[in-house]
Ligand binder design. Sequence first.
Ligand code: NAD
Ligand code: DAU
Length: 332
Amino acid sequence: MHRILVTGGAGFIGSNFVHHLVRQTDHHVTVLDKMTYAASREAIDELPADRVELVVGDIAEAETVNPLVARADAVVHFAAESHNDNSLHDPSPFIRTNLIGTFTILEAVRQHGTRLHHVSTDEVYGDLDLADPKRFTEDTPYNPSSPYSASKAGSDHLVRAWVRSFGLRATVSNCSNNYGPWQHIEKFIPRQITNVLDGIRPRVYGDGLNVRDWIHADDHSSAVLRILEQGEIGETYLIGADGEKNNLEVVRLILKLMGRPEDAYDQVSDRAGHDRRYAIESGKLRHELGWTPQFQDFEQGLAEVIEWYRSREDWWRPHKDATEQKYAAKGQ
Ligand code: NAD
Ligand code: DAU
């Protein structure tokens, strides 16, 4: 492989993956990104121009996608509408990008015989009870709850059908909640960090006992590259780093690390259809492909992320008021 097309490569995880590719390989990277509200040119613009090029365009438009796929050796597909709360307010961009966009990518890779890795989420499996010791595996039945997770589940099904019916050379990964730099401040961890920096009390939905299985974005990137290079065609791999924490634990830790009383948060109205618990069993990826996460200490990783948001106010400040106004309109 020499030329990799990365869709959504200006987003939170896609840009992390582009940095990872530049560090770990000698591939040339073309980023195809629509530059929605969630994208950051700054996240990739310091990378060498002879290694990374940015094409601004829509994955749902075949005339944009086809020529880029034609000159790629592999496609890594991150582009998506990614925020559950937004999907509850207006599902339509989720249907267009996550379903029509993935369909458009699939038809292009089918035409050109190109290797594809499709990046997806653990939310396709629905949720687990707090009292249930089980974790998601590659065999867990699909049972998505929100318009976002249903659109991602649909995109996974399209990829699997194209593999079976058309012999596409594709793999799929389903990862748990990521944290790290460059994550949009609409998401839980950066929202609460930037709230505290602004003197606003963190906002926890419902009873705050919902569990997410946190993984650093660097570990997600290394797993995706491992699957791209060594994954078996047609296979699905779950990506997780044994990072289960409930939302109250995370908010208390943020407050502690930022020198505030650990109970200085507010509980606000719950998310509709709020998934209770996600948890990943990533044994297949670890045993078959020999992958291990590097970030084992969540507190240390979180402390570094807090410092990053402290030092990059120039990046998040322009989005803070509008983001909080959207939440305030819903009482959150
Ligand atoms: P993000 O919202 O930060 O970034 C998405 C990127 O896709 C943005 O740069 C955006 O401009 C681009 N994009 C959106 N619509 C597009 C379109 N029609 N054409 C081209 N580009 C478009 O998302 P993220 O958190 O980085 O997630 C990336 C991928 O990883 C998604 O597929 C998501 O489902 C998956 N994922 C995310 C997480 C997580 O915790 N954030 C966990 C597991 C899987
Ligand atoms: O599990 C993988 C998924 O993780 C990805 O597929 C999604 O793209 C990504 O956004 C994330 O989805 P979540 O809905 O779990 O993430 P979010 O950051 O929105 O919320 C995390 C938890 O925190 C969830 O239980 C809702 C809660 N929450 C969120 C916000 C924004 C709060 O309690 N308060 C908040 O202000």
